[in-house]
Design a binder for this molecule. Structure first.
Ligand code: FE2
Length: 212
């Protein structure tokens, strides 16, 4: 699925959603004009991800990991083999690296509310623990990539190591309070009736966002 998000830049942000593995959504983001490309949660099939990036005319330089779980990270090493090494960054929240002892070449720790520059854009790093201690969402140009924190009409499980239902609730509340209703939610798995939705729609239909 190919979306073009509207933004303030001369050319639009490409958001390309691929479904692989355990109903995982892998996202290729990029700027057509500059050719800058990034992958959020590179799982399962490096060849397919590279082929899609090539089709879009993008050169991948950043791998952004919402959390350490295998299904969101298992193609990172294979992808790196095919990328231009000096530029490559594999980004994961520092607390997630410390908790999981995740290892990968070109690993860069992220910190709360850090801004990652990406071509003409900026990614904001939003720490959203609960599914895992160092899980994050990435916000770019009105789009929120939620990994296993928030799905369409559901949210991430909290029974795995480091998970906490109470903490996840706080993270979800933070997202609702911080972002406007028109924010587009891009989940880490295809578990819902649609592949994306606005935050406003989710506030009406997602039981995980009912805080009363
Ligand atoms: Fe997960």
């Amino acid at each position: 699925m190919l979306d073009k998000a509207t933004n303030n830049h001369s050319s639009s942000l490409i958001i390309h959603q691929i479904k692989l593995g355990m109903d995982n959504f892998i996202y290729i983001l990029g700027n057509k004009k500059s050719g800058d490309g990034a992958v959020i949660d590179p799982g399962w099939n490096a060849s397919s991800i590279l082929a899609n990036a090539g089709m879009l005319g993008l050169r991948i330089t950043k791998l952004l990991l919402t959390h350490h779980h295998y299904d969101h990270t298992n193609a990172a090493r294979a992808l790196i083999q095919h990328l231009y090494k000096p530029d490559v960054q594999v980004c994961m929240f520092h607390e997630e690296i410390e908790f999981s002892r995740f290892e990968c070449p070109h690993l860069v720790p992220l910190y709360p509310d850090e801004i990652i520059s990406f071509g003409p854009y900026n990614f904001e790093v939003i720490h959203t623990p609960g599914h895992t201690p160092g899980g994050v969402c990435f916000f770019i140009e009105g789009n929120l990539f939620t990994g296993d924190t928030l799905f369409i009409n559901d949210c991430g499980r909290t029974d795995l190591p480091g998970g906490s239902e109470v903490i996840l609730q706080k993270s979800l509340k933070q997202l609702v309070e911080r972002f406007p209703d028109e924010t587009i939610i891009y989940p880490g798995h295809d578990y819902g009736p649609t592949k994306k939705a606005t935050l406003g729609e989710q506030k009406k239909t997602n039981p995980c966002l009912k805080f009363d």
